[in-house]
Design a binder for this molecule. Structure first.
Ligand code: PEP
Ligand code: MN
Length: 363
């Protein structure tokens, strides 16, 4: 008798479970519709007032045996699951988000050969700033012997103090272009304002957005309209999500060729200029199909750890490394402490070449 009663009660529970399941999924579908309407209205899906209203209504109608606290805890879990669903759907719509494990943006430069993100570990290098023809020529001559194709030609320097060296401006771009042509290299140069696009387009092969401009959405949108690829650096205190949204500004404005550079983030640590977020590099590779490059100069602020950082960068699965090199670093006009001597650059290249990823592919 009690056995059959038990079976009967369990059968009732099974039916209720299925009803709850159906209602939960029906609720999720409606919530998703609400999300779409809110998106059209430009409002946020998360509405704490609405959540609080729903909980109060449930409390007022709760006849037990569950306590109000238990009911609220159960429904909060449902709200959380709904939010997670919305977030997943929102992420899937983002253009820079990786949609499949083998999706990868490969940027091919005008020679039709040099690629960023195509499997070859790229080295982007040059001095912190263009200072003279001799300085650029001597640096490029060394870099080219190690196969470096992308040369820093920085002429607008976003310095912390307005009294520090601000860069050569257009005359510096002429020097950079001349040197790059001599050695068959490509020029990348930092842009500060959309008004510079036309002038800089005569000289640069790759635009560069520095950390301080990562969230200049108007500049990012303008760079969505240029034919050149764009190198985008992570902001000084930007989360990875903010970084990817910055890239999204460029890509959604029409330019799919964006390279992400991790350049260290601000932390309490003082023995390095910034803290290289190597975990962030791995996460960016996982979350996005865009190429990721590691800046071992600004993240460290010192040249004596270039080799271990370059080795770590390559082993992390990044698509390349960015390093500042100067023929005479102590007299450099900017970032004198972190630029590598030419001999150090060669040592770093030797070290990178010794890091083999064949044994264990990281992607
Ligand atoms: C740079 O790489 O030239 C530079 C100025 O670095 P950041 O924007 O990362 O400070
Ligand atoms: Mn610098």
């Amino acid at each position: 008798m009690s056995q059959s009663r038990l079976q009967e009660l369990r059968a009732q529970v099974d039916v209720i479970n299925l009803q709850i399941l159906e209602l939960l999924n029906k609720r999720a579908t409606i919530a998703s519709e609400i999300g779409k309407v809110q998106q059209q209205m430009g409002t946020s899906f998360y509405d704490p007032q609405r959540e609080s209203f729903m909980l109060t209504m449930l409390e007022q109608n709760n006849k037990g045996p569950f306590s109000n606290e238990t009911i609220k805890a159960l429904f909060r879990e449902i709200f959380r699951a709904t939010m997670a669903l919305e977030e997943k759907e929102a992420k899937a719509k983002i253009l820079v988000q990786r949609k499949s494990p083998d999706q990868a943006t490969v940027i091919t430069l005008p020679d039709g050969e040099t690629q960023i993100g195509g499997g070859k570990f790229q080295v982007i290098s040059g001095p912190c700033a263009v200072e003279s023809m001799e300085q650029m020529d001597e640096t490029a001559a060394a870099l080219v012997t190690r196969g470096v194709k992308i040369l820093r030609g920085m002429v607008f320097k976003p310095r912390t103090s307005p009294y520090d060296y601000q860069g050569m401006g257009e005359p510096g771009l002429k020097i950079a272009r001349q040197v790059a042509n001599k050695y068959g290299m490509f020029i990348t140069s930092e842009i500060m304002d959309a008004s510079q696009i036309a002038m800089m387009s005569d000289y640069v092969d790759i635009f560069w957005v520095g950390a301080r401009n990562m969230q200049n959405s108007f500049l990012l949108k303008s760079l969505g309209q240029v034919r050149q690829p764009v190198i985008l650096k992570r902001g000084l205190a930007a989360t990875l999500e903010e970084f990817l949204y910055a890239a999204e500004y460029i890509v959604s404005s029409g330019n799919p060729n964006v390279v992400l550079i991790e350049r260290g983030i601000r932390t309490f640590e003082k023995w390095t200029r910034n803290t290289l977020d190597i975990g962030g590099v791995a996460v960016l590779k996982l979350e996005s199909h865009l190429p990721v490059v590691v800046d071992i100069s600004h993240s460290a602020g010192r040249r004596d750890i270039a080799i271990p950082l370059a080795r770590v960068a390559k082993a992390s699965g990044a698509d390349g490394v960015m390093v500042e090199v100067h023929p005479n670093p102590p007299v450099a006009m900017s970032d004198a402490k972190q630029q590598l001597y030419i001999q150090q650059f060669h040592d770093m290249m030797d070290a990178i070449e010794r890091v083999s990823l064949e044994a264990e592919p990281v992607r």
